[in-house]
Design a protein around this ligand. Sequence first.
Ligand SMILES: *[C@@H]1O[C@H](CO)[C@@H](O)[C@H](O)[C@H]1NC(C)=O
Ligand SMILES: *[C@@H]1O[C@H](CO)[C@@H](O)[C@H](O)[C@H]1NC(C)=O
Ligand SMILES: *[C@@H]1O[C@H](CO)[C@@H](O)[C@H](O)[C@H]1NC(C)=O
Length: 559
Amino acid sequence: MGKFVLNLLSVYLLALSCQMRSFPARVAFDIRNHLSTKNRYAFRLSIPNAPSIYDYPDPDGYKPLYLWLISRHGTRWPTKGRMSEINTLERLFMDASNVEKYPWLEMWQSPTKGMDIASGELHDVGNEEMWSLAWRLRKRFPTIVAQQYFPKRYSIVSSQVSRAAASAAAFASGFFPPISQPDFADCSTASLGAAVLKEDALCRDRQLKGEGPILTRPQAVAITMSPKDADPLLRFFDICPAYEAQEKRTGAILDPWMEANWSLLAPKLEQRLGMNRTLSASEVEALWQLCLWEAGVQNQTSQACQLFLPSEVSLLEWMDDVDLLENHGYGASINYQMAAPLLGDLVASLQDVANQKSPWERARLLFGHCETLIPLASLMGLFNQLQEDYRSNGEASLSLTESTSLQSDYVFNDDSALHDAYHYNLKLRLKSSRTSTLWQPTIPLRLDRMWRGSRIAPYGSNMFLVLYRKQTSGSSTGPQHLVRLVYNEQVIPIPKCGGVLLDDGVFSSNVDHAKMSVEMGSLGMDCDLEKFLDLYQSMAADPQSLDRICALHSTVATS
Ligand SMILES: *[C@@H]1O[C@H](CO)[C@@H](O)[C@H](O)[C@H]1NC(C)=O
Ligand SMILES: *[C@@H]1O[C@H](CO)[C@@H](O)[C@H](O)[C@H]1NC(C)=O
Ligand SMILES: *[C@@H]1O[C@H](CO)[C@@H](O)[C@H](O)[C@H]1NC(C)=O
């Protein structure tokens, strides 16, 4: 492929992306996909221009060999703290008089009252999410799932938190084919009053001949986990002093900012509710939490959510997305550097299977948290807002973003410069923390931003890599192994590797990749394993390295 053709292509793509920017699709506002990290998986936002894994065929001449998956747990009940927040609303609604407009106010009872037993646990909705994700993957990758279950062939790892473990169990029950067996239930003579558990040999014999009913049961699996306070793979954020320190610094800036913005909404809510008193910032937050619960879990959008205008929902959603970025994403380097052992697990797993060190392995399935997935995605360079804005808008149109401060930092050429810019921003922001007026979020309050929790971190969000091996019988001249990256069941290019490259080696997101790869006869969005290892091995670490990464001196200096 000559440079000339690529140049033409990039001009064409640029035109295409400009067009897409100036005519944003107008779709009806549905609050159920504005819930940030409380979004139900089924209502998640798609990743623009990324094909579904179910429409994007396996690379020609290659066979799927291995799957490495990390998933956030499915939709859950509110945590204990959130439940008490929601419960306080019973008092609040007693002081609200606008029952004419909101008749539900009158008899309102907190849906979480007395539900402490369920706090933080996987909800039925989440159970369904995990099961059906697994079911779809089983259909899509039958050869990976086809073999007899052994823990060494299919490792299932969860964090030591019951919603994650339950998610792993729900996933496993959908992923592995069920086992059929005769129904032995009536074969015990115990029911006849004989010795307990003494079996009726004739009865059993009949059933083995297939004369009795056949039962199916899910494959029983082993789920392994590390203690909650010693889990460098899935709960690194709990054992990382540098991160803790960073979180405190971020909170010092972010918390007052969040409160200020909740307070902005208070007068409007007081008026709508017909309150005889003022609302506090935390009460505004509690109302938002109730709306998140109703719309996300109960699929109920006509009660608490009606208290907010779409523009206010977008503001609240954005605030949650800012929080996600600052505390778990690109906001600070330690946020994602501590995911290095998890990346190490991924890299080593792919390598070991490819090198036939563990030729029996077919899948490694990990179940954790938003705080596990987003740092890994960030470490790998996914959903990089500034990068996306910069690359798809061009430098000139950056003024579109509402973050007017520090815009000169938005000019960069590669990811490391980008990260430096972030750190620079952070330093400035930290310096100004006493006079927090200087601080501005780095993602725009604009709905076409890439960094949205409802896109990248809804309940049940997941990322997996498929390792493909070249078939010996095939005529392909490509590499021995390919890696494909799939996020929420959409195929996305591996930063700097898969995807259509423009002539400056920069990935463009506004491209019909499936079409392009067919036209260009390239590897499409898949990445040569060798290249993948080159790119990511240096960022990866073993679990023992977490201590070094998380040592307090390794954080960004505050002065
Ligand atoms: C507001 O109204 C409620 C119910 O009518 C009443 O119990 C409460 O004392 C009132 N609060 C104020 C501050 O007037
Ligand atoms: C959020 O609060 C800050 C601090 O009061 C304020 O400067 C900013 O304008 C608010 N943002 C929005 C979108 O209202
Ligand atoms: C959610 O509610 C709508 C009606 O508002 C209904 O059409 C839809 O099927 C429901 N979805 C789920 C997943 O329950």
